[in-house]
Design a protein around this ligand. Structure first.
Ligand code: COA
Length: 244
């Protein structure tokens, strides 16, 4: 049997299996203040929390949320992930009619990565969003191999394509092969600030010099200031759009 995509609205019993799966994000990213809202997704948007099942075992998940898109791609926020997450919660609180869905996180269980599962996951999520009547699925996408070259500007990184015309980055490639388009870069998609002591705790790195610090898993360097005793990470993502 193939991969089956179900939602937490249909299978609330899968809540722990999803939340207990290790996220692919480096731990410091969970210190993004907006990311605290992730814990409320299953109550506010249960129909958009997806699990990929293989013989009733959860092998991947997608967190998503709906928002009231005005139909203009140019209105997608520069503050990508943080801004769209806040908008989704605001729209739901105010009863604004949602018209589009944004992906927030996609993860395949570590032992199942590299086996083509992400494709089935995204196709399933797209189908379900279409069935719910949405016209577009967006994502402030985190290119998976960008962390291997944090000093490369995102614009230069995403311009790299293979001879077949598909992006060199594997995760951008999965989306593109499914017909998604790159809209533009969300230059300040997630902003994570903290004291140097906090950054030491989050990363295990010394944070004892002023300047750029390379942190494993970060897509760009973290800016540190010893004088001001703080460091800030501003993650760029790539707005992608799947028309449904
Ligand atoms: C990103 C992720 C969802 C991809 O899922 P996956 O099922 O492992 O991916 P696939 O097996 O479908 O591979 C996707 C593409 O990446 C390529 N790929 C996979 N692992 C790779 C690696 N280590 N090196 C190079 N390419 C790799 C595959 O060849 C494939 O490209 P192709 O279709 O052109 O051959 C998964 O790796 C993951 O959960 N990562 C941690 C969380 C994360 O970063 N999520 C994305 C941002 S929220």
């Amino acid at each position: 049997m193939g991969i089956e995509i179900v939602t937490l609205a249909e299978r609330p019993d899968l809540h722990s299996a999803i939340w207990d799966m290790p996220s692919g994000w480096p731990p410091f990213m969970l210190e993004d203040p907006v990311a605290r809202l992730m814990g409320r997704l299953h109550t506010l948007f249960p129909e958009l929390q997806f699990a990929a099942l293989d013989a009733d075992e959860v092998v991947g998940y997608v967190h998503a949320a709906s928002f009231a898109w005005d139909g203009d791609r140019a209105s997608l926020p520069d503050r990508g992930w943080d801004a769209i997450m806040l908008q989704a919660f605001r729209d739901r609180d105010h009863g604004n009619e949602p018209t589009a869905v944004t992906l927030l996180e996609a993860t395949v269980r570590p032992d199942r990565r590299g086996g083509g599962l992400s494709n089935a996951l995204l196709v399933g999520v797209r189908d379900r969003c279409r069935e719910l009547g949405y016209g577009a699925l967006f994502g402030p996408v985190r290119p998976t191999h960008k962390s291997l070259e944090p000093t490369t500007p995102m614009a230069e990184y995403i311009a790299r394509v293979r001879p077949d015309g598909l992006p060199e980055d594997p995760w951008l490639r999965v989306h593109t092969r499914l017909g998604a388009q790159i809209v533009r870069i969300a230059a300040a998609s997630m902003t994570i600030g903290g004291s140097l002591a906090q950054w030491r705790g989050w990363t295990g790195l010394p944070f004892d010099r002023t300047g750029d610090v390379i942190v494993p898993g970060a897509l760009v360097p973290v800016h540190a200031s010893v004088e001001h005793d703080h460091a800030v990470y501003v993650e760029p993502n790539v707005w992608m759009m799947h028309e449904l």
